[in-house]
Design a protein around this ligand. Structure first.
Ligand SMILES: Cc1cc2nc3c(=O)[nH]c(=O)nc-3n(C[C@H](O)[C@H](O)[C@H](O)COP(=O)(O)OP(=O)(O)OC[C@H]3O[C@@H](n4cnc5c(N)ncnc54)[C@H](O)[C@@H]3O)c2cc1C
Length: 320
């Protein structure tokens, strides 16, 4: 049976949720899924429940911390050894860095930020956004395997009930080619839920008038268990950190629910959120472009609408 090789990610010694999503997506391609994890990831075997038949745990000490050059060397070695029909990464910050280097090393095409996948006649077909999300295209790779990165939250993590055999492996590396060394990793202060990993995102824009305007965003986010996002205008003004920016030059998100508050809907913002499953826009301008992509729209003043929304959500939660 053909092998689909999936490069998973961990954080703080545990799998990142996106790892389960990309293993599930790979399983649907019909091959045997071999998942790769780097370093100590205590729940790596649980990928078996999502469709992986084998988990390859890479134990080289040089790879305990992420480095583009070290991981790309290792990934290429594993690909050569596994001879896969397709190679899958997550389109996270790390995956977007690692997948191109790896694809170049193995001399195969790369398809970034895919939101749908299928295998037909041994060829990988993927759907991905182009022109900053204005167009969704299907493309296929002929004449051998492809490397694809999959957008977080675009695929559901689905349990299949299987188990995986875990194999520890070291790969041969030329350590002299790893020129950057990570000395320490620190969590961003106060970081709780990352926008690109959250199931629900509540984002605020310049219409909130200032950093204090984000109190209503934080309150609604808290009532929904959501992450807080922001437009670039807000980040450029220094109201919110860059880690919260959604869009072309920020993070790409695909949550189940995206709430855009006082955001106009510039094309660069839309590039980061249009594949969200449900989009709710709140804006006082009925002609704001954000309403063109919204599933539900509320024309109104955010400072009046949001407190009411948060109140109703808390009431509903208390009733259930
Ligand atoms: C190369 C490049 C890359 C970019 N990358 C990004 C990116 O990654 N992400 C991004 O977001 N932008 C990006 N931009 C910027 C983008 O073009 C817009 O300038 C930006 O998204 C606007 O932010 P905004 O919607 O918050 O502000 P504005 O466009 O000023 O919109 C504010 C909105 O708030 C509404 N409003 C005002 N008061 C209220 C109120 N009380 N209640 C409700 N609504 C209210 C207004 O009607 C308006 O629609 C990029 C631009 C360039 C050139």
């Amino acid at each position: 049976m053909s092998i689909i090789l999936v490069f998973c990610e961990g954080k703080g010694g545990k799998l990142k949720p996106v790892s389960r999503e990309i293993v599930s997506a790979a399983k649907k391609l019909g091959g045997e899924v071999h998942a790769v994890v780097f370093g100590e990831v205590s729940d790596a075997a649980s990928l078996g429940a999502f469709g992986a038949s084998k988990v390859i745990q890479i134990t080289n000490p040089e790879l305990a911390h992420y480095s583009t050059e070290g991981y790309a060397q290792a990934a290429a070695e594993i690909i050569k050894a596994e001879n896969p029909a397709a190679v899958v990464f997550a389109a996270t910050a790390r995956g977007r860095d690692l997948a191109p280097r790896t694809a170049a090393r193995v001399g195969r095409p790369l398809l970034q930020d895919c939101i749908e996948l299928k295998m037909e006649g041994g060829e990988l077909h993927v759907r991905r956004p182009i022109y900053a999300g204005k167009v969704l295209m299907w493309c296929k790779v002929k004449g051998g395997f492809a490397v694809a990165s999959l957008r977080p939250k675009a695929f559901l993590a689905e349990e299949t009930g299987g188990t995986a055999q875990v194999e520890s492996r070291t790969v041969s590396l030329d350590a002299s080619k790893i020129r950057a060394k990570v000395l320490e990793e620190k969590m961003a202060a106060g970081a709780t839920l990352d926008v690109s990993e959250a199931d629900i995102v509540v984002s605020g824009g310049r219409g909130l008038k200032g950093p204090e305007g984000f109190a209503i965003i934080e309150d609604l986010a808290k009532s929904l268990g959501a992450a807080v996002g922001a437009s670039r205008a807000v980040v450029d003004a220094g109201w919110r950190p860059h880690s919260e920016q959604v869009g072309q030059t920020g993070k790409v998100v695909s949550p189940t629910l995206y709430v855009a508050v006082a955001i106009s809907g510039a094309v660069q913002h839309l590039a980061g959120m249009t594949t969200s499953r449900t989009i709710v826009a709140i804006n006082k301008d009925a002609d704001a472009p954000i309403f063109k992509v919204a599933t539900y729209g509320i024309v109104g003043d955010a400072f009046e609408v949001l407190p009411e929304l948060a109140k109703e959500i808390r009431k509903l939660k208390a009733e259930n």
